[in-house]
Design a protein around this ligand. Structure first.
Ligand code: HEC
Length: 151
């Protein structure tokens, strides 16, 4: 964990000076990005299953998963900041991210806000509203994937 933290800080410090990342840093930051998004996927799974009534709806759990997604999507501009276009890394991230980083940031913020909304709706104890907010959140994921993630 300590090592990981140092790696992230290292990558960001370098990127803010607009130097290219070396290959080792690029691979590590790519792993952090994909790890964060895997954990986003991990959290949305049970929310979807609840919305589809495949598992019992638990408002507290629904809100918890949504809050984790808010934290993780809120981190996306930070972890994607370093420009790794010139590094040969195994990624589905499109070059468009660094061509229009403002738009990438906007869509990350939209997903974060939508996740917070889903959490608020679950805390209000209204299943219908929570389910509708999850639908909007899913759309926010899709909006970013359509522009910035390889098919
Ligand atoms: C601001 C843009 C953005 C948003 C918002 C976003 N994603 Fe993604 N997502 C990406 C990008 C870019 C990748 C490809 C990362 C890579 O391969 O390096 C990705 C990849 C993923 C992956 C694959 C991770 C892996 O490598 O195994 C999952 C799962 C995922 N996203 C789920 C979601 C879900 C669920 C949401 C909504 C709650 C979401 N994403 C919101 C940009 C976004």
């Amino acid at each position: 964990m300590r090592k990981l933290t140092l790696v992230i800080f290292g990558a960001l410090a370098v990127s803010s000076l607009a130097y290219a990342l070396d290959q080792d840093q690029a691979e590590k930051v790519t792993a952090v990005r994909q790890g964060a998004l895997k954990v986003v996927g991990w959290n949305i799974g049970p929310m979807s299953a609840m919305a589809k009534e495949e598992i019992p709806y638990d408002a507290d759990l629904f809100a918890l998963h949504a809050e984790r997604i808010a934290v993780l999507t809120g981190m996306l501009p930070e972890v994607f900041k370093a420009d790794t276009r010139d590094n040969p890394v195994d990624t589905e991230a499109l070059d468009a991210i660094w061509e229009d980083f403002d738009e990438f940031t906007r869509l990350a913020n939209a997903a974060e806000n939508q996740a917070l909304q889903a959490s608020a709706m679950a805390k209000n104890k209204d299943f219908g509203d929570a389910r509708a907010a999850l639908g909007e959140l899913g759309q926010a994921c899709k909006d970013c994937h359509e522009k910035f993630r390889e098919d």
